[in-house]
Design a protein around this ligand. Structure first.
Ligand SMILES: [Zn+2]
Length: 257
């Protein structure tokens, strides 16, 4: 892997916590030859140094191993549709008659569900061209999909009443820029739903040896630091849902000012 080469003797051994800014971060663990640091203040575990966008780009185009001859998101289509419909139903009041976006939308199931459930306009963005092609061909034609990074999509100047991002932030390089992107896409007073693994989960706890490997996974969050991260970028956390699985679901509201 190219990362090993990037981590030369010249690289500083630690860096300040990218969420709370605490300077005394420490070596936490090594996984797949990548170093992870941990912040003693907010509990964030983060890769160091950060892989470059070039290192990460190929990973966004291989979303899982092929199953039944089809790789995600093209297998189990009906099951994925149903699951998206259930999730969209939970947040209906935030997008019916309004504009919604799914960031890192994969096969576009959530976008499709929101469009069908009454969103004024539903959008999806993802870096995987195959996933976008699949979404355009197989879902509600009123929805719009862009194969673009969030930074490029923002330049279109659109804003949304509801944003959604599931199982994406744990894979990105510069996650502060990613969340700042959500803040510029969501209207003041609008809502955002995030799903990401919870590495301090009440039942599954902190077992780094069981966590999935970098460089696919670049940081491991907890409830404590995800709350700080949202607030840092102008959101108020409304609710963190109870979950028996080691994931977190967070509903946040973009502050008015
Ligand atoms: Zn921290």
């Amino acid at each position: 892997m190219t990362m090993a080469a990037a981590q030369t003797d010249a690289s500083p051994k630690t860096r300040p916590c990218p969420i709370c800014g605490h300077v005394e971060t420490r070596f936490f663990t090594e996984k797949n030859n990548y170093t992870f640091l941990k912040c003693p203040s907010c509990e964030l575990c983060f890769i160091h140094p950060v892989p470059t966008p070039e290192d990460l780009a190929p990973l966004y185009n291989q979303q899982g191993a092929p199953q039944d001859g089809l790789r995600y998101p093209y297998n189990k289509v009906e099951h994925r549709r149903k699951r998206a419909k259930v999730r969209a139903g939970r947040f209906k009041k935030y997008f019916v008659g309004k504009d919604a976006i799914d960031i890192g939308c994969g096969g576009g199931y959530m976008v499709d569900a929101m469009q069908k459930m009454g969103a004024n306009r539903a959008f999806g963005i993802d870096l995987d061209p195959e996933a976008m092609e699949f979404a355009r061909k197989n879902h509600d034609p009123r929805a719009t999909y862009y194969c673009e990074a969030i930074d490029d999509f923002i330049k279109r100047g659109m804003t949304f009443d509801f944003g959604h991002s599931s199982q994406v932030i744990e894979h990105v390089g510069d996650f502060n820029a990613f969340v700042a992107g959500w803040a510029s896409l969501v209207k003041p007073g609008g809502y955002f739903f995030l799903k990401t693994p919870d590495r301090r989960h009440w039942l599954h706890g902190e077992k780094p040896e069981t966590w999935p490997n970098p460089p696919e996974y670049t940081q491991y969050f907890s409830r404590k630091n995800i709350r700080i991260l949202f607030e840092k970028h102008g959101f108020e956390v409304q609710k963190i849902f109870f979950n028996i699985k080691p994931t977190m679901e967070i509903l946040a509201r973009r502050k008015e000012k």
